[in-house]
Design a protein. Structure first.
Length: 329
């Protein structure tokens, strides 16, 4: 069974199935809040941003005999503008978002531990500017992961499975269909598996790998509703952000634009993100910086902190922003 990841991340590794509440069918209003001047909706030339996160594992507070342990991990995103080819062969200046995730861990059953493994996710996503609703062009990700098979396994050998695969998603210029190419990289002779899906939605569609970035452009004070392709179900499904809470987030060590790392308090919106699904799962909880000033947006609506539950209630992965090199404009 192929696993589902949200956002580049995300996002992680033992894979996530998400659920949400609320909804609607209106097209989202997206602002270029990743710039100092948020009005630059289609002026994307000379864009470069790099964000670096530490990833810490918080184990579940249970006495289960089956447990997970993870060492400190890393998550990095890079945003730039490049001329890329569209499906009709024309060239256009587009956003290219690259993300990289790595963490090492092991599973433990009745005191016996598995060998240590390293999980990685590498993604590259290409999409249009904010004026064009961040319309996706293409995404590609390569995943190595180890995921638990149940909450109460009988043996350590059956407790988890390993996965190594790539998934390419390509869109038509009119965004009326997508094609996926799945390759099982754990098998040398595996043939790529291609599938096509029609995109027939009444609202904004986002590629799965651009969602965490796209949320920076939304008004998170109210709930938002949009669509994406859920690869684990091979279906396009709606997602929502719930009602946001205002919360000042204290980041104990944050370097901005090459400056010295310092304790920083960031005014944030705290929101839950998830699929509307017939098989509810856990939600991701996200802290996004608020817009300070539309023409002098200090923190660029950055994702400052994120909590991602691990499957079968084994714990939570906590992502904390540690360094941000923002685009200067």
């Amino acid at each position: 069974m192929k696993k589902s990841y949200l956002g580049g991340v995300l996002l992680l590794v033992p894979a996530l199935l998400l659920t949400g509440c609320g909804g609607g069918t209106n097209t989202l209003s997206i602002s270029a809040n990743w710039y100092r001047d948020t009005g630059l909706s289609d002026q994307i030339s000379q864009t470069y941003e790099k964000l670096e996160y530490t990833v810490a594992f918080q184990p579940a507070e249970t006495n289960n005999e089956f447990k997970a342990e993870y060492e400190a991990g890393t998550y990095t995103t890079e945003l730039k503008s490049e001329r890329r080819a569209l499906s009709d062969g024309t060239q256009e200046l587009l956003y290219v978002l690259s993300t990289s995730f790595e963490i090492s861990g092991k599973f433990i059953l009745n005191g016996s531990a598995s060998e240590q493994f390293t999980d990685t996710i590498e993604c590259t996503t290409v999409f249009h500017n904010a004026r064009a609703q961040l319309k996706p062009v293409r995404s590609e990700k390569t995943i190595k992961s180890h995921a638990p098979n149940s909450q109460t396994p009988s043996t350590l050998e059956s407790a988890f499975s390993s996965y190594h695969y790539s998934l390419i998603t390509e869109y038509t210029d009119t965004l009326d269909s997508l094609k996926t190419t799945y390759t099982d990289l754990s098998k040398e002779d595996a043939e790529p598996i291609e599938n096509e899906y029609k995109i027939d939605v009444n609202g904004t569609y986002l590629d799965n790998e651009e969602i965490l970035f796209a949320l920076r452009g939304l008004n998170l004070a109210s709930s938002n509703f949009f669509y994406s392709f859920n690869s684990s179900k091979r279906a396009i499904e709606p997602l929502t952000t719930g009602t946001a809470e205002s919360e000042d987030l204290l980041v104990k060590s944050l370097s901005i634009d090459g400056g010295e790392a310092a304790e920083t308090t960031i005014p944030c919106y705290k929101v839950a993100l998830g699929y509307q699904s017939s098989n509810p799962g856990n939600t991701q909880t996200l802290w996004y910086a608020k817009t300070v000033n539309p023409t002098a947006n200090t923190y660029r609506n950055v994702l400052a902190y994120m909590e991602v539950p691990v499957m079968y209630n084994l714990g939570t992965l906590c992502y904390t922003l540690k360094a941000a090199q923002f685009t200067t404009k």
